[in-house]
Design a protein around this ligand. Structure first.
Ligand code: ATR
Length: 271
């Protein structure tokens, strides 16, 4: 049977095996998908062992995405833009290929939620890997402008430099007063019970507030957005499932339906 796996450290909370097994079952694909705990200094060895044992493809999560990027012999355009790889596979010529499906996963989820991205203006908060990987796919989806705002402005500027004038960098106190239809929190602030400290006026025209994090309860950013009257709030569970669906498609050439899997995970989280 074809074998796939997610590599990370830690890995025991990964939802990827659950997601990919449901995808496989729904499409009648015969495959195994496991979670592999790679030692912090041993990701390359873990991957090699997996491939030697017949492994076909892998997902890569924290903290190995940059290392996977350096390991890949062939990088997709979106992996190059993100500077990170979350999906690995061996192509027909035996070369190790690296792709990144996180950003397209975000875009798919925004579309699923009914966001009209074409010609929209988006406020993207945060300037880490999560934010960087989202920009290319958002631009490809036709957004007019992305205001990339970070607590530490210089980091937003460094990222914006690799894109064209559609991406504008700022800090939290100098966000331009333009109407944002979608506001995305790509910071890790929710992990410490915080939210990005931006002024409420930036949410005035916002129809969808999105947080890339997820949990049993709405994140502090989503709770705040609701209080400000934003019509729709969504967490990153849909993005997680959508990035997995895109990886599944790369490996198997079949696109799984994400709705049922998101529902199953939501039930699991709130049980
Ligand atoms: P990732 O790869 O998940 O994006 P990262 O590279 O560690 O993670 O980046 C974390 C991001 O969350 C940064 O943009 C960080 O802001 P700074 O660059 O100013 O540090 C942001 N962040 C973390 N905690 C935050 C908080 N409490 N308020 C606002 N931004 C926060």
């Amino acid at each position: 049977m074809d074998r796939y796996a997610v590599f990370g450290n830690p890995i025991n909370h990964s939802k990827s095996p659950f997601i990919h097994r449901l995808f496989a079952a729904s499409l009648g694909e015969q495959l195994e998908y496991d979670a592999i705990l790679a030692p912090l200094d041993g990701f390359a060895d873990s991957w090699q062992q997996f491939v030697a044992a017949g492994g076909k493809g892998g997902n890569v999560t924290v903290p190995f995405k940059e290392q996977a990027y350096r390991m890949a012999e062939i990088l997709s355009a979106r992996a190059r833009q993100a500077g990170a790889v979350n999906t690995l596979y061996i192509n027909e010529a035996g070369k190790l290929c690296g792709d990144n499906t996180d950003g397209i996963g975000l875009v798919s989820d925004l579309v699923r939620l009914g966001a009209n991205l074409h010609a929209s203006t988006i406020l993207l908060l945060g300037a880490g890997g999560a934010s960087r990987g989202a920009i290319g796919p958002l631009l490809d989806a036709g957004v007019k402008q992305i205001v990339l705002s970070n607590r530490t402005q210089s980091k937003a500027q460094a990222i914006a430099q690799s894109f064209d004038q559609r991406v504008v960098a700022c800090g939290y106190t100098n966000i331009p007063s333009v109407p944002f239809q979608v506001v995305i929190n790509a910071t890790s602030s929710g992990l410490t019970g915080e939210r990005p400290d931006i002024a409420a006026e930036h949410l005035q025209h916002c129809q969808l507030a999105y947080d890339m994090l997820y949990g049993a309860k709405p994140t502090p950013f989503l709770q705040w957005a609701k209080l400000q009257g934003v019509a729709q709030q969504a967490d990153g569970l849909g993005m997680l499932v959508a990035q997995a669906a895109e990886a599944f498609y790369i490996w198997r050439g079949k696109r799984p339906d994400i709705y049922e899997v998101i529902k199953a995970l939501q039930e699991q989280l709130t049980a």
